[in-house]
Design a protein around this ligand. Structure first.
Ligand code: PRX
Length: 653
């Protein structure tokens, strides 16, 4: 039994500051603070040392090379991330270790455990299936799969043959899938007949069928998850299991340049059109591997459960590549945390003796709401480390997680990062600490995160709020581009502070020792239950309903989901302000994006506040729904609509 984490000795007034136990310090990969200074003194040397932890076919020459908008890591190095995830461990004699544990949602369905040898075999076979269908290095492959082992197999198989994958979240609508397949130019889609979610069967194949229409997809590979006999389209659809039956299990990993494209992952920007974030191989592999190892302190006996879906970056890095590159055991769960009851997460931890749990604040808040009795029913003593990601975590949720789930023993690693950064950037390390609710911690060693003034480049002193930016050397796992849109890449990330600083889009401030508190997005991006969405995306979805004349969407804080969209809708003449139309609009959002984007409230208005140049003043709407002072409204062309809006919302001023 580990001793409880101690309250800070130095300053007792600073409640809620926790430090690692002696046991944790002994067990941790890094426990000496000097690592931060050493890495800051020679970041390239630091990353080169970490790169030696993985296998290279050919060693790199220059460690880091920077030209404006073009930065490279481990220049000229050759490697394969699937080799690093699988073959390497088998060669080291760990072939019999469990790589993946799949927990299906229905409790009567059998759990699947795949050893490294078994997973390797599946990946090689599926890589050969893809090759047999003509997929070559550089060809983009669409993946639209639920949380089943084949999702990991498919990503690994793509990586093995050098075909960049583009995973689309399985709860996204056909339209979202279509846009992403078209943008990526995918000719192959891997999907499933369906999956279980909250005890119901979800027909994924129907969405996939609708989504591939109008794309260049020639072949659709279908995993038979439900076994209900999905409708197959002749000459296009192929069953995964039939293809696998004849495939050879021998497939040499493709030699990939360090800067070869590994995957594209679409995420929300500030406009209505999602952007394809481009990640390359070497730098991503190194940072994914080391952050997984150090943040979750993975050793041979660990069982790691990152609850993220493979459709998000967290699923890419901390369900698949990170744990597997560390030869760890990674748990994946198919379904919902409330199926069959509110204790499912805790039952899974007890059943598989999970040692490190990584989840989102929104999930924690939901569990708080469901009550302490659910975790109390299960033995959670296997847990050693807890992690959170995706949004700021509030004090109550943090303390609940710490006490009720971690039993006061487990440090909480609050990791700040983004789809664009590929891997963790800011967090306290388990052997060093401190662990403080609502504060992510220090930048990971070798990461040069700065709080910069707004409108200038000055580094702000502790306590002052500014924009979070990352200076050089730019992190190894940082995106290398926006797929087929170099201008957007420059504009979005390197115009605020120039090419030397990556602009994150987040506000933040630091304390004296350099711990960072994230204050939230400074652009029109929301985090809804850990899902990233642009207000503009929800607007363009609503605008597709032909009753809508004009629409403005802003975010509002929400107890459980962190943030939710609120829509101000001006209907066309003849449409009445009814609940029927509200329902219809929700349906429109569901079909264009998916249920995650549903507005929490739809306010029908006769006017939206506009500037003289005709732009909707969203800032004012945001203040209205947040009950904040409205600020200057003198630039409005229609100031009279402000009073009307106050009456329509719960604004108290
Ligand atoms: O606003 C920050 C928030 O999530 C954004 C990135 O979202 P996404 O690309 O979907 O990636 C989420 C998973 C890595 C960031 O710009 N965010 C992420 N982690 C944290 C966070 N906000 C506060 N604390 C965090 N730990």
């Amino acid at each position: 039994m580990t001793e409880p984490i101690k309250w800070v000795e130095k300053d007792r007034s600073a409640k809620n500051v926790f430090w690692p136990t002696e046991e944790m310090k002994r067990h941790a990969w890094v426990a000496d603070e000097a690592i931060y200074e050493q890495a800051a003194a020679d970041p390239e040397g630091f990353w080169a040392k970490q790169a030696e932890e993985i296998s290279w076919i050919k060693r790199w020459g220059k460690t880091y090379q920077f030209e404006p908008h073009n930065y490279k890591w481990f220049v000229g190095g050759k490697l394969n991330i699937s080799f690093n995830s699988l073959d390497r461990h088998i060669e080291a004699g760990k072939g019999d270790k469990i790589a993946l544990i799949w927990e299906p949602e229905p409790t009567e369905t059998e759990v699947i455990k795949l050893t490294y040898t078994e997973l390797h075999r599946e990946v090689c076979k599926f890589a050969n299936v893809l090759k047999g269908l003509g997929v070559k290095k550089g060809d983009r492959v669409g993946i639209y799969l639920p949380m089943i082992p084949e999702a990991v197999v498919a990503m690994q198989a793509c990586a093995r043959i050098g075909a960049p994958h583009s995973v689309v979240f399985s709860a996204f609508s056909p339209e979202s899938l279509r846009d992403r397949l078209i943008d990526a130019g995918a000719k192959i889609l891997i999907t499933a007949d369906g999956y279980f979610r909250r005890t119901k069967k979800i027909d994924l194949k129907r969405n996939a069928d609708a989504g591939v229409e109008g794309t260049d997809v020639e072949k659709v590979i279908v995993v038979n998850r439900l076994g209900d006999g999905a409708q197959m389209t002749a000459d296009r659809d192929l069953w995964y299991h039939e293809l696998m039956a004849d495939a050879s299990d021998h497939c040499l990993p493709e030699e990939m340049d360090s800067e070869d494209l590994l995957f594209i992952l679409y995420t929300s920007g500030t406009t209505g059109k999602p952007k394809g974030v481009v990640h390359t191989t070497g730098g991503y592999a190194v940072q994914a591997a080391i952050t997984t190892k150090w943040n979750f302190n993975l050793h041979d006996d660990d069982v790691f459960w990152c609850t993220a879906d493979v459709g998000w970056i967290t699923g890419h890095t901390y369900v698949n590549y990170g744990p597997l590159m560390n030869g760890s055991t990674s748990v994946i769960y198919e379904g919902s945390p409330d199926a069959p009851d509110y204790g499912r997460m805790w039952a899974i931890i007890a059943k598989h003796k999970v040692t490190a749990l990584y989840t989102a604040p929104t999930a924690i808040r939901m569990c708080v709401k469901w009550g302490d009795q659910w975790p109390a029913k299960h033995n959670l003593s296997s847990l050693r480390i807890l992690g959170t990601v995706g949004e700021p975590i509030n004090l109550d949720a943090w303390l609940w997680y710490f006490e009720k789930i971690g039993g006061g023993r487990c440090p909480i690693i609050d990791t700040w990062w983004q789809t664009e950064t590929g891997a963790n950037m800011i967090n306290s390390l388990p052997g060093i600490g401190p662990f403080m609710p609502t504060i992510a911690g220090r930048p990971f060693p070798g990461i040069n995160a700065q709080i910069l003034e707004v409108g200038g480049k000055m580094q702000l002193p502790p306590g002052e709020g500014g924009y979070l930016a990352i200076g050089g050397p730019l992190p190894p796992a940082l995106l290398r581009g926006v797929y087929r849109d170099p201008e957007r890449f420059k504009d979005q990330y390197f115009s605020e502070y120039g090419p030397e600083y990556y602009f994150t889009g987040d506000g933040a401030r630091k304390d004296e020792p350099g711990n960072v508190r994230i204050t939230g997005r400074v652009d029109d991006v929301m985090n809804v239950a850990g899902h990233r969405l642009a207000t503009a995306e929800v607007e363009s979805a609503l605008a597709q309903n032909d009753k809508v004349s004009e629409v403005a969407v802003v975010s509002r804080p929400h107890d459980l989901k962190g943030e939710v969209p609120v829509a101000f809708v001006l209907l066309k003449v003849g449409a009445d302000h009814s609940d029927e139309i509200r329902k219809e609009l929700i349906k429109t959002v569901d079909s264009v994006i998916g249920p995650t984007a549903r507005p929490d409230e739809i306010v029908f208005v006769d006017n939206v506040p506009k500037t003289r140049s005709g732009k909707i003043m969203r800032r004012l709407l945001k203040s209205l729904v947040r009950n904040e002072p409205l600020g200057d409204t003198s630039t409005l062309v229609n100031p009279e609509c402000v009073d009307e809006l106050k009456g329509l919302t719960s604004y108290k001023g």
